[in-house]
Write a protein that binds this ligand. Structure first.
Ligand SMILES: NC(=O)c1ccc[n+]([C@@H]2O[C@H](COP(=O)([O-])OP(=O)(O)OC[C@H]3O[C@@H](n4cnc5c(N)ncnc54)[C@H](OP(=O)(O)O)[C@@H]3O)[C@@H](O)[C@H]2O)c1
Length: 244
């Protein structure tokens, strides 16, 4: 393979937490990394340093996915620097509380723009410019439940779940589209481990998951080339419970 066509991956929200772990895992496995971030400049620089120390190329892309609609040309730009771009990980997301009557248009738009429309448009760009490869969308175990405390968030992830299956059908056979639905893995920013331990109580496997469990899912989806349109619930069985 020529150096220019080196296998490469784009990860959104890749500066920290789960996105960063996926970026490092892919770099360890030979991928050059296009790492998208929004506000976490310092963490993005630190992830870049680590990726370069693994002998891979890493470019950083700062972009607010809330108000940026030109995401197809963003993919075109990334593809010019990474001609071997073959993986898109739609990981960036927001998670804000609000039941139905508390969810105004601004909260709804924010969740739909970042959590659903951005992956939709990035996938469209990926299909147009990369033509071959795979897309992995990060969902949430709660897509299986009628949870209303984070109504806009849950709706946006439910929509992304349906889109994952539609895109898998539309983009086969050259692009596989799958999803991972994590359960309690990391407490949301601002919440401590106690928050997750409380959640862990209602998980059939009676404990929280770890980032390594998500990485194992990413590895499975990348390696198994007969899987598309799937969502793997990495949630200790939480999706089996009805609204608990
Ligand atoms: N953590 C869990 O246990 C858990 C459970 C269920 C589902 N998930 C899903 O798994 C994925 C990763 O989870 P996580 O907890 O690691 O995610 P996270 O820390 O909540 O968010 C990931 C990144 O999204 C980016 N982001 C937020 N708003 C953005 C915007 N307007 N424009 C561009 N980027 C934006 C942020 O980038 P910057 O920091 O650069 O601003 C952030 O670092 C998410 O899709 C999440 O919904 C996670």
């Amino acid at each position: 393979m020529s150096n220019d066509m080196k296998k490469s991956a784009l990860i959104t929200g890749g500066a920290k937490r789960i996105g960063r772990a996926i970026a490092i895992y892919l770099a360890e496995n030979g991928y050059d990394i296009a790492l998208h971030y929004n506000t976490s400049e310092k963490e993005a620089q630190s992830a870049k340093k680590e990726i370069i120390s693994l002998g891979r190329k890493c470019n950083l892309y700062k972009l607010n996915l809330h108000n940026n609609r030109d995401l197809t040309s963003f993919i075109k730009k990334v593809k010019m620097s990474f001609p071997g771009l073959s993986i898109l990980i739609n990981n960036a997301s927001i998670f804000e509380e609000g039941r139905f009557l508390e969810t105004d248009l601004s909260l709804l738009n924010k969740h739909f723009n970042i959590n659903f429309k951005a992956p939709f448009l990035l996938s469209q760009g990926f299909a147009r410019y990369c033509k071959k490869g795979q897309i992995i969308n990060l969902l949430d175990t709660n897509i299986k439940r009628t949870k209303t405390k984070y109504l806009a968030y849950n709706l946006s992830k439910k929509l992304l779940f349906e889109f994952t299956k539609m895109a898998a059908l539309e983009l086969a056979p050259n692009i596989r589209v799958n999803a991972i639905a994590p359960g309690p893995i990391l407490p949301p920013p601002g919440k401590d481990i106690k928050y997750l331990q409380e959640k862990g109580g209602v998980v059939p496997l009676q404990r929280n998951g770890e980032i390594k469990n998500i990485i194992q899912g990413v590895n499975f989806l990348i390696e198994n080339d007969y899987v598309t349109g799937q969502c793997i619930f990495i949630d200790g069985g939480k999706h089996l419970l009805q609204n608990q």
